[in-house]
Design a protein around this ligand. Sequence first.
Ligand code: S5P
Length: 260
Amino acid sequence: DRASISFEKRAELATNQVAKQLFEIIALKKTNLCISVDLTSTAKILDLLEKVGEHVCLVKTHVDIIEDFNSDFVIQIKQLSKRLNFLILEDRKYADIGNTVSLQYLNGLYKIGEWADCVTVHSLPGEGILKALNGSTNGVSRGVFLLAEMSSEGNLITPDYTKATVEMAAKYPDLITGFVCQNKDTFKDPGLIQLTPGVQLETSGDSLGQIYNTPEKVILDKGADIAVVGRGIVAAKSPETQAVVYKNALWKCYQKRISG
Ligand code: S5P
């Protein structure tokens, strides 16, 4: 089962170049922590990443919440990603027909396709959404995390939807980096990455339906490869200290998992 295979080995099994790179970064930096930088100013985001970037493998952004987004921000976050060796996931959760998604990916204020290593995508509209992104990468290695399950209370995703999502992904081995999901049985392919949000040590949820689990639970029970932490780090008194706490807790669980 994929959860017992080391990240080094899984890098060799990946068919998507971003997945391969991510597995390699995780193994090299010994961190399977993804920080979700849900902040609304470029200065705050860059300042936070300067502090926590060395402790994460992946930085997840929501660029449409930034008040002062500009092209210099893109240059700076890319420089940080090179210097501190992390990849960037824009959590855009595309969910429209292929033609519209292709426009949203390449155009507008954000030109996400130019700088994001990977993006999140809903399978809801059907395969056209993956065809569109596949055709929009201009030969550059890009990746997609497909939403197969969600962390929020009362979400409408059913087991059949999840299964069909995993089957859809199997047709695009070069494009799919992995799944945003909550369970270890959701998919089997060890070359794909399980990205699991809804992780926090302090609390079990928020007032708007988010459900949190601990690092132990997501890595050991739920099969997460990378855990996404947002407010657990971003809202902490010392985000840097807290990033190290999460990094160490997650890595300890991973080591326990592969030692069987
Ligand atoms: O099922 C999901 C999928 C995602 S990508 N549940 C989530 O919470 N997310 C995202 O993870 C969400 O958009 C947010 O950016 C992050 C969780 O943030 P936190 O502050 O609750 O840790």
